[in-house]
Design a protein around this ligand. Structure first.
Ligand code: NAP
Length: 311
């Protein structure tokens, strides 16, 4: 299996399919990365806050010492919100490199445009209520540290996640390297057409997170939430191609030049999610799936505090 790539504005090629690792528990996630790489995946999506990079790093080390080439695997990670000041960002990037046993990261993202108070707790809370304690750190400061790491060769491409168009515009106006990638929630219920067009005009590639609508998540899904994989139109299109609803939903995204990073720790589903490149959806089928857009966000994690200085 050969996974197609997209050329980023940084000049590097990024595989259009990666393995998501959020909610991948220690033990399970190691196995998932190994199964994925052995099945032909060439891209792993990680983040400091997922708390499982040490296990992933051990697996990568093992894979790279048993015949897999480092340069053939694209690794993404993300600087967490409590590391937005310049010294903290530097520390976080070095820790990520160390956890993953890597000399360089292919793509480093700023995970969210908002900084949290620095300290030990990844989700620091205010004393008077249960709300997050923000910091005033500007993501432009964080970005400049990432630019320095690019110059040093420890990061190849840099990008952002969960930024809106105003934040992207402001970042571009204040940077020397423009973001290569924006990672956002995207699936048939949340198609992000305006933001994708905005990024396309600026040469920013899109990675869709939760591309299946996180069907098994107990964290973001509430009972009764809609399920993309049981949509009658998706099931009908899947049957017409002899594919599964998950494959159709992922194919719909990659057919629009969107990178997808479905998470799975099941060997069968990891392999299923990679079998996307031997069929094509027709224009009518693409339009039918386009019709499912309903602005539905599963990952409802945005701070919502309009008083934050950089929102
Ligand atoms: P997702 O990939 O849409 O869905 C994952 C869920 O779907 C898991 O419960 C998985 O269960 C199940 N699944 C996987 N393949 C399946 C298939 N073929 N058929 C049926 N069910 C299937 O959601 P996600 O994990 O939220 O997003 C993917 C990745 O994006 C994350 O892992 C993470 O790397 C990244 N992400 C980034 C951000 C951000 O802020 N930048 C936010 C969220 C996620 P099994 O494991 O049991 O197969």
């Amino acid at each position: 299996m050969t996974i197609p790539t997209l050329k980023l504005s940084s000049g590097y090629e990024m595989p259009v399919l990666g393995l998501g690792t959020w909610e991948g528990k220690p033990g399970e996630v190691e196995k998932a990365v190994e199964v994925a790489v052995n099945a032909g995946y060439t891209h792993i999506d990680c983040a400091w806050v997922y708390g499982n990079q040490m296990e992933i790093g051990e697996t990568l080390k093992r894979l790279f010492s048993s015949g897999h080439k480092r340069e053939n695997i694209f690794i993404t990670s993300k600087v967490w919100n409590t590391f937005h000041s310049a010294p903290a960002c530097k520390k976080n990037v070095l820790e990520i490199l160390c956890q993953l046993h890597l000399k360089y990261i292919d793509l480093m993202l700023i995970h969210w445009p908002i900084g949290y108070e620095e300290g030990g707790d990844p989700f620091p809370k205010r004393k008077d209520c249960d709300k997050i304690k923000y910091s005033n750190e500007d993501y432009v400061t964080t970005w400049k540290v990432l630019e320095d790491f690019v110059k040093e060769g420890k990061i190849r491409s840099i990008g952002i996640s969960n930024f809106n168009h105003k934040q992207i515009e402001r970042l571009i106006a204040n940077s020397t390297i423009k973001p290569a990638v924006l990672q956002i929630e995207m699936h048939p219920y949340l198609q992000q057409k305006k933001l994708r067009a905005f990024c396309s005009e600026r040469g920013i590639a899109i990675t869709a997170y939760s591309p299946l609508g996180c069907p098994g998540s107990t964290f973001f899904r509430k009972p009764g939430d809609p399920n993309i994989l049981t949509e009658p139109s998706v099931k009908k299109i899947a049957a017409a191609h002899g594919k599964t609803p998950a494959q159709v939903v992922l194919r719909w995204a990659v057919q629009q030049n969107v990178i997808v990073i479905p998470k799975s720790t099941s060997e069968t589903r990891i392999k299923e999610n990679a079998a996307l490149f031997d069929f094509q959806l027709t224009e009518a089928e693409m339009k039918e799936i386009d019709g499912l857009d309903r602005g539905w966000r599963f990952v409802d994690f945005s701070p919502g505090d309009s008083d934050h200085p950089h929102l």
